[in-house]
Design a binder for this molecule. Structure first.
Ligand code: ITT
Length: 198
């Protein structure tokens, strides 16, 4: 079975990705690999930031690895917070503050369509591959639910009647942007590199 380093400092992402991988391949988080590194996300696109994270960790370890960058793109805010989702309410913002700012910025707006977009950058044997997963939905007016992370309490995916934060992981995975991107990664790895070992 292949092992890949997952270049993230977000434990929620590790949990979500592990819930999808099952027998396909295993991942080592940065924490488990003993790597303590805050990787900057300086660019204006999810693709470039994902590439930066995987490139930095590949340069450090020389191992096959992947990263992902995710943004919440709200139509009425012209795609914001988008690539700035983690720092929407400022450099030291937490999810609570980001949600507060989002709800304030959307006060009185009736068109509440939004999407989560995840871009994965895989570096396999020195080559980079990108995979995307999108989940369409709506931003509600009052945060609901305690599960999940980030903007989950204000996002209701299309086809559901509750927020991601009201769902357990299995249910979130029925809709999730991250799950869709990871499935593409799994498909790629099993189809093209099924017998590959690092
Ligand atoms: P790494 O860069 O270390 O992977 P991060 O938490 O900085 O972790 P991102 O830059 O990709 O990750 O996250 C952007 C923001 O979007 C951040 O505020 C997250 O909380 C939020 N976010 C990402 N995925 C989400 C999801 O599935 N549900 C809700 N919010 C999410």
């Amino acid at each position: 079975m292949q092992t890949l380093i997952f270049a993230t400092n977000n434990p929620h992402k590790v949990e979500e990705v592990r819930s999808v991988l099952k027998e396909h391949f295993t991942i080592t988080s940065l924490k488990e690999a003993g790597i303590e590194k805050e990787i900057p996300e300086p660019y204006d696109s999810l693709e470039e930031n994902a590439r930066e994270k995987s490139t930095v960790i590949h340069a450090l370890t020389g191992k096959n690895c992947f990263s992902e960058d995710t943004g919440l793109e709200v139509d009425a805010l012209h795609g914001a917070p988008g690539v700035k989702s983690a720092r929407y309410a400022g450099e030291d913002a937490d999810s609570h503050k980001n949600i507060q700012k989002l709800l304030l910025d959307m006060q009185g707006i009736t068109g509440r369509e939004a999407r989560f977009r995840t871009v994965i950058s895989l570096i396999l044997h020195q080559k980079e591959y990108l995979f995307e997963g999108i989940c369409m939905g709506k931003i509600i007016t009052v945060a609901k639910g305690e599960k999940g992370f980030g903007y989950d309490p204000v996002f209701v995916p299309d086809g559901a009647e509750k927020t991601f934060a009201e769902m357990d992981l299995q249910e979130k995975n029925k809709y999730s942007h991250r799950k869709k991107a990871i499935e593409k990664l799994i498909h790629f790895l099993t189809r093209h590199h099924g017998k590959d070992k690092n």
